[in-house]
Design a protein around this ligand. Structure first.
Ligand code: GLU
Length: 474
């Protein structure tokens, strides 16, 4: 770790879709690294692809990060609109900065205009593949004279700009996840840094911005590993300091295929809408491709101390929703009552008084993973029961009418006191244990399983208790 410069990490999403779990894991790890090193965490928006980027996606991803508790130290939301391009955290507003650095490279002969059309490039690629060579830019425009360039431009041609990759250079860097990496520059063709339409290419602005923003450590997906030697060469050419890079293993579904929609909810937004809690998601992500020393639940504030680069794995990390459900149960068990009230609020009847709601959420929390699971219990306590299923109906019939006549009478006398109610019912019917409790539970709740019966009984209005017991008494 460099001791001199303060650590700066960043998350650099492109706002072209919903924030998915792979990206948000990258965000979390960079956030934790910055916190652990006592440094800063930046949010930089890579929106140079104007067609695919949108304001709605940008707002959505900032909302998702905040909801997860991953607030950034500097980002697009805090920049004064009047500030200059260098102060911006949206690449679409940093154009003049890139123009300056393109000019520097061109002035030194380290970048050159390229007029090759998409078709020419494709033909060249195919020819190289057919000859059994890995395809790379053939260098067609590498040595065009200034006069030739001028003539093409005068005819209206709009060139792209290519970086002139140095010949015969070996690029070595230490990836802090994958160890030493070596690339030969001769295997890397001259690459585009500005497209023909004038837009800066990803390689370029990503590398230049890291350097200008003082980023010291970059953790990103392993799909970027082969970009890294190109970016290091660019920064060397510009005499800018490259960050240290670490490439995270791919996130896959439980079948080992890259995580995608067909594995279920893979965006933060979908998980939030289903009622997963941010703490559960963060606990799950913390363990995807990272093996913490401590196995159990961690608060986000505890994670930086438990986050170690040496514990990042190289093997693909599997996301399995059953593990997320495990952390969600933990999160629900740890949530305080005001949080639970808010979480279940859309399901709770507005007319119910606060004490009743509080008691309800405390009682059902152990039976609820996502809010939707609370719906049947909302009906039991605040509404009506659906008609029983066949198995339940059979159990009620087996208990018999006399049982429910006695049960309704005991409930009238003892109200919601289950202990006294069952004592009277036991002596009246001779039933005990499951034969006593099960028909009561099924008649009162419609199901054979659920939260503890004694406190549940106290939450059901006495009139509903009578109705449900009497329904089976004749
Ligand atoms: N915008 C790039 C991405 O979303 C950033 C890559 C990086 O972190 O360097 O993949």
């Amino acid at each position: 770790m460099r001791m001199s410069a303060p650590a700066v990490t960043r998350f650099a999403p492109s706002p072209t879709g919903a924030l998915h779990l792979g990206n948000v894991r990258t965000a979390l790890f960079n956030f934790l690294l910055a916190r652990r090193l006592g440094g800063k965490w930046l949010l930089r928006i890579e929106d140079t692809d104007l067609e695919r980027s949108s304001e709605a996606h940008l707002q959505g991803l900032m909302q998702d990060l905040r909801w997860l508790g991953l607030g950034w130290d500097a980002g697009p939301d805090a920049v004064d609109a009047q500030a200059g391009p260098r102060a911006q955290f949206r690449q679409s507003l940093r154009g003049p900065v890139y123009v300056e650095f393109f000019a520097r490279l061109q002035a030194q002969g380290l970048a050159y205009p390229c007029f090759c059309s998409a078709l020419e490039l494709e033909l060249s690629r195919k020819a190289q593949l057919a000859a059994g060579r890995p395809p790379r830019y053939a260098g067609t425009c590498r040595e065009l004279s200034a006069a030739a360039v001028q003539a093409r431009v005068a005819q209206g041609a709009r060139p792209a700009l290519r970086f002139r990759v140095p010949v015969g250079r070996e690029l070595v860097f230490e990836d802090f996840v994958r160890g030493p990496q070596r690339f030969a520059s001769n295997d890397i063709g001259d690459f585009i840094i500005r497209r023909a339409d004038g837009a800066a290419a990803f390689f370029f602005c990503n590398a230049v911005d890291d350097a200008l923003m003082g980023v010291t450590e970059v953790l990103r997906g392993e799909d970027h590993l082969t970009n890294t030697p190109r970016q290091i060469m660019l920064l060397q050419a510009l005499d800018l300091q490259a960050p240290r890079y670490g490439h995270l293993s791919l996130l896959t579904g439980d079948d080992g295929a890259p995580l995608s929609k067909r594995h279920g909810s893979v965006s933060v937004r979908e998980l939030r809408e289903r009622g997963f809690m941010p703490q559960a998601i963060v606990n799950q992500l913390f363990r995807l491709g990272h093996a913490p020393e401590q196995e159990g639940w961690l608060e986000l504030a505890q994670m930086p101390q438990q986050f170690h680069l040496q514990r990042l794995g190289r093997a693909p990390a599997r996301f399995d929703e059953t593990q997320l459900v495990h952390w969600q149960k933990e999160a629900v068990a740890r949530a305080d009552v005001p949080m639970l009230l808010q979480w279940l609020q859309p399901l709770l009847p507005a007319t119910a008084d606060t004490e009743h709601r509080r008691a309800f959420v405390e009682l059902v929390r152990a039976n609820v993973v996502v809010p939707e699971d609370a719906r049947p219990w909302v009906d039991v306590v605040f509404g009506e029961l659906p008609p029983p299923g066949d198995a339940e109906r059979q159990l009620l019939a087996e208990a018999g009418q006399a049982f429910f006549v006695a049960a309704a009478a005991a409930a009238r006398t003892h109200g919601a006191d289950l202990k006294q109610l069952t004592a009277e019912l036991r002596s009246a019917t001779g039933r005990k244990g499951a034969a006593l409790y099960m028909p009561l539970r099924v008649a009162l709740t419609g199901r054979a399983h659920g939260p503890e019966l004694a406190p549940l009984l106290q939450l059901i209005p006495p009139a509903a208790v009578q109705r449900r017991l009497e329904a089976w008494a004749h």
